[in-house]
Design a protein around this ligand. Structure first.
Ligand code: 5GP
Length: 211
């Protein structure tokens, strides 16, 4: 029997390197994970492609998805809307994949409310100074956007206690393996294996009775 996958939420300050960590996790373990592709009203950055990093939508298209109940959650972040399309996530979980939602904190809390057994991870750079350095060096945002994102990071830091795990992204490889290990441990949790445990108990009972 295929076990249902784990709904895993990964959040982190803008500039924490979540995108790079997720790409590497999927590159190393392609059959284990599925990365949900969000819908957003923000414009693509250079190098981003519709349907790969995001589904880039107009505000009207985004609102239509909300109206038709096609999003698991959605939130406004700095200047734009972001949301998780429902259909893909449900299909991949049923197929036994651990589905990763790379989303911000408001969305993460909505997911926890709807799916109490979702696993919530928060990724952080080793320090605030390092976060600022990464945002500036990325060179994809203007200074006023970087400042807004740092302000948002300060607010988000107050919500980290709602997460299950806090992972430092200093060395990429270490961070990827730590996340893979955490999700692996979650798979073995007794409460996630109730059906398997029940089946083994039933089989043992049958064997004892000589069936
Ligand atoms: P960015 O514009 O840098 O790609 O993303 C901005 C923030 O939006 C990031 O913290 C990212 O994790 C978050 N985000 C991306 N997709 C979603 C989503 O579907 N839902 C929510 N709530 N946040 C998202």
């Amino acid at each position: 029997m295929e076990k249902k996958g784990i709904l895993t939420v990964v959040s982190g300050f803008s500039g924490a390197g979540k995108g790079t960590v997720m790409k590497e996790l999927l590159r190393r373990y392609p059959s284990r994970y599925a990365l949900s592709i969000s819908a957003t009203t923000r414009k693509p950055r250079e190098g981003e492609t519709n349907g790969i990093e995001y589904f880039f939508l107009t505000t009207e298209e985004f609102e239509k998805m909300i109206a038709e109940d096609e999003l698991l959650e959605y939130a406004r972040y700095v200047e734009h809307c972001y949301g998780t399309p429902k259909a893909y996530v449900e299909k991949q979980l049923q197929a036994g994949k651990d589905v990763i939602l790379e989303i911000e904190i408001q969305g993460a809390l909505k997911i926890k409310e709807k799916f109490p057994d979702a696993l919530l991870l928060f990724i952080s750079p080793p320090s605030a100074a390092e976060l600022k350095r990464r945002l500036v060096n990325r060179g994809t945002e203007e200074m006023h956007v970087i400042e807004a994102r740092l302000k948002r990071a300060e607010e988000e830091s107050c919500g980290i206690e709602n997460y299950d795990y806090f992972v430092i992204n200093d060395k990429l490889s270490d961070c990827v393996e730590e996340i893979h290990a955490i999700v692996g441990c979650e798979r073995s949790r007794v409460s996630r294996n109730a059906d398997l445990i029940y089946n083994i108990r039933e089989e043992l009972s049958g064997i004892s009775k000589g069936e």
